[in-house]
Design a protein around this ligand. Structure first.
Ligand code: HEM
Ligand SMILES: [Cu+2]
Length: 488
């Protein structure tokens, strides 16, 4: 493999330590949030008793915490690899971690001290109408927490944009726009890590600007209740931001697939016009597909909902297809050695691909009107987040953590996570197809079998992830010392 294919810059020790710090925080918070998730599932199964007030606090914290940690760990993957091709600032990268931690403390405080439980989507005017369950200040803490995390990400993306511009001269060039439309030879295109980072920067900057605007408006509304705005516009802004942010986590994590599989197969990741066109298309569609979150809002203009449905059918597909095809051709008959790291990144592509199918179904208006508020929804997004995005990220963690790590249990962790995670998401999807509603603290007797099986799956998956994370943490010291940077 040419050095070009894996990037010509090496990762300085300081930068490497910063990435490890991101992953350590991510691993610990991920496990904590998974335990919150299991708590909800066990409560729905009636195997533990949990006051409904607490259920909704935990639901809010789990949603916000998981979306945040997906962003943080995705950023670690992206930054580590894009830094091999363009100059990036470790100080800005660490500042983002700082903003994230401040935000996380504010959010956890808003929930566990202040009782905030308006769900991570903070739909207007809910934060201000708690029915005396939480105070205005608690709601404000939550909103400030999200703003802090958004500011950090904005800085990080701007710094990466600066690096991309300095090497490629423009965002179109970073994305491979000309190559995608056959206006330039395929082999002059940017490496996959650069194309993906450009796309993520573009969409996340737009999303964060809208998110920040609606967060500030909601904050003003908390303290000046006479300042109100159109709730449907607010919902549009929130889901524009929310959809983009969570999807961007997958587009960041997928860089691990492009960069890690080739190191196992000793074959460069082949990019062609279709690869670049896919990234261009996805850039546009990720920005415009969010109305699929508003299919139940009858006041929305019909054209917007129809567009939402049609773009949903297409949105994830281009990048998914070129990635799945690329992963198969890269590994087919390559004689690669499967281990936990290569298995996890490969699983990530599969989990993403499988999870998109029920998501596309749900993005169809006729189906959405039946399935929308059922557990079909957490069923599909847990499939591509838990078994897709998180799998890619855990693959990166396991790979970077190094083979020298003291615990050889990684394969056990992998299988527990895969089997438990699959049971867990299938329980959600089957419950959804039986019309079990989502976001209910208390379930009817007839729904309990799904909850019980889901709880068992959740516990197995958590045990698997715990093994992978503890293995990583135990090997941190030797991973920080470096090793051969051209290999890792
Ligand atoms: C073992 C791991 C996990 C468990 C046990 C778990 C459990 C749960 C449960 C029980 C719910 C509420 C379902 C309902 O509405 O009835 C939920 C919602 C949710 N989960 Fe997870 N989850 C896990 C992993 C993840 C991951 C990895 C992510 C994202 C990266 C995630 C993101 C979310 C989000 C965004 C919600 C929606 C919250 C809301 O409705 O406001 N979860 N999860
Ligand atoms: Cu969406």
């Amino acid at each position: 493999m040419t050095t070009e294919a894996i990037g010509t810059r090496s990762t300085p020790i300081g930068a490497r330590t910063a990435v490890l710090a991101y992953l350590a925080v991510s691993g610990v918070v991920l496990l904590l949030m998974m335990l919150f998730g299991a708590t909800m599932r066990l409560a729905q199964a009636q195997w533990i008793s949990l006051d409904p007030t607490w259920f909704y606090i935990i639901l809010t914290m789990h949603g916000a915490g998981m979306v945040g940690i997906a962003g943080l760990s995705g950023a670690a993957v992206m930054w580590y690899f894009v830094g091999r091709y363009v100059p990036v600032s470790t100080a800005v990268f660490l500042a983002n971690l700082g903003f994230f931690l401040v935000g996380a403390v504010l959010i956890l405080g808003s929930g566990f001290i202040g009782g905030f439980a308006a769900a991570w989507t903070f739909l207007f005017p809910l934060p201000a109408h708690s029915g005396s369950l939480w105070s205005i200040n608690a709601a404000a803490c939550y909103l400030f927490g999200l703003i802090s995390i958004g500011v950090g990400f904005l800085l990080l993306h701007l710094d990466i944009v600066r690096g991309i511009l300095s090497v490629y001269g423009g965002l179109g060039a970073g994305l491979g726009f000309k190559q995608g439309f056959g206006l330039a030879p395929e082999d002059t295109g940017p490496p996959p890590a650069v194309a993906a980072s450009t796309m993520v920067a573009i969409v996340n900057i737009v999303g964060i600007v809208f998110g920040a605007a609606i967060l500030v408006m909601s904050l003003v509304n908390l303290y000046v209740p006479s300042f109100t705005f159109n709730a449907l516009v607010a919902k549009n802004m929130i889901y524009l931001f929310g959809h983009i942010f969570i999807n961007a986590t997958i587009y960041m994590a997928v860089i691990a697939v492009y960069e890690i599989l080739p190191r196992y197969t000793h074959r460069a990741w082949k990019t062609n016009w279709a690869f670049y066109l896919a990234w261009v298309m996805s850039t546009l569609m990720v920005l415009t597909v969010y109305p699929h979150h508003l299919l139940m809002d009858f006041a929305m203009p019909t054209w917007a909902l129809v567009a939402g449905q049609i773009i949903s059918w297409l949105s994830g597909l281009p990048v998914l297809l070129v990635t799945a095809f690329g992963a198969l051709t890269n590994t087919y008959r390559s004689g690669l050695k499967w281990d936990a790291a290569s298995g996890l990144v490969f699983l990530g592509v599969a989990g993403w691909a499988i999870g998109v199918i029920p998501a596309i179904l749900d993005g169809t208006i006729a189906i959405n009107s039946v399935m929308h508020n059922t557990q079909w929804v957490p069923g599909h997004f847990h499939t591509y987040l838990l078994l897709g995005m998180i799998a890619m990220m855990l693959g990166f963690m396991t790979w970077l953590g190094g083979a020298k790590s003291p615990l050889g249990l990684a394969p056990v962790g992998f299988w527990l996570y895969l089997v438990g995670g699959s049971i867990f998401v299938l329980a959600f999807l089957s419950a959804g197809s039986a019309s079990v509603p989502r976001r209910y603290a208390v379930h009817l007797q007839a729904w309990l079998p799904y909850d019980e099986i889901g709880s068992i799956g959740a516990c197995l998956a958590i045990a698997g992830v715990a093994i992978l994370v503890v293995r990583f943490l135990a090997g941190l010291r030797s991973a920080a010392a470096g090793g051969d940077d051209s290999v890792r």
